[in-house]
Design a protein. Sequence first.
Length: 254
Amino acid sequence: MLCDHFAKVFLIGLINHPWPNASTTVFFHSEQIIRLYEFLPYFGRLAFPLFVFLLVEGFYLTKNRWKYLRRIFIFALISEIPFDMGFRYKNLAPATGKLIEFSYQNVLFTLAIGLFAMILIEMILTKFGITSPVSILIVFIAIGSIWLGNRLDVDYHAYGVAAILIAYAIRKVGSIRSDSGGVSPLPLPWRTAEMLLLIIPLILMSTSEVWGLIDVALIALYSGRRGGHMNKWFFYAFYPAHFFILALLRIILT
């Protein structure tokens, strides 16, 4: 994620800036810098599938799913201005006088929509079990969530929400078939299937997402143990903070 955003938020600003010094212009337009800008985003393709995988794991591990959703939603709101500073800076002040704009939302909104859908589906299954009407209702919830992701133009759009729901479905079936009772982690074959299948809609969105297949190897190392309390808050804060720092550096240097 950081590699991707370093290129698309910071490097692109330096490459496109009309430098008064010819040697500086030559440096930032050099083949090496351009190749770095083109290559770094491929590393970023590893991030979202891992986000999805860990979101679903968190769904099963958290003590309070509504608090989990609230936390993600709050940080989505906190992150929106830094996100816009990074990706939508031409639509903000001083060019337009806007501090925030809503044509494209950060990835935490994508995760929040997917998590909300999972909570609703789980509540319905717990209360009513699997029946034909319940199955129809679940399909409508899934379609509605995917539509909402596309309508709000969140990061990864409808494909991202679809990936979350696919991961949840595989995790649900895997918990039943492997008699794990939702205990993390699932056996490796189920984790592998979950990662492979959630990547499919992402590849349909962009063939560059095929790099996310590297995550199949990474989740083999997953222990299922929760991180420490400080680690959790660090990663939540890192998302808006790194956008703000990269955007601020670009503004200072250009």
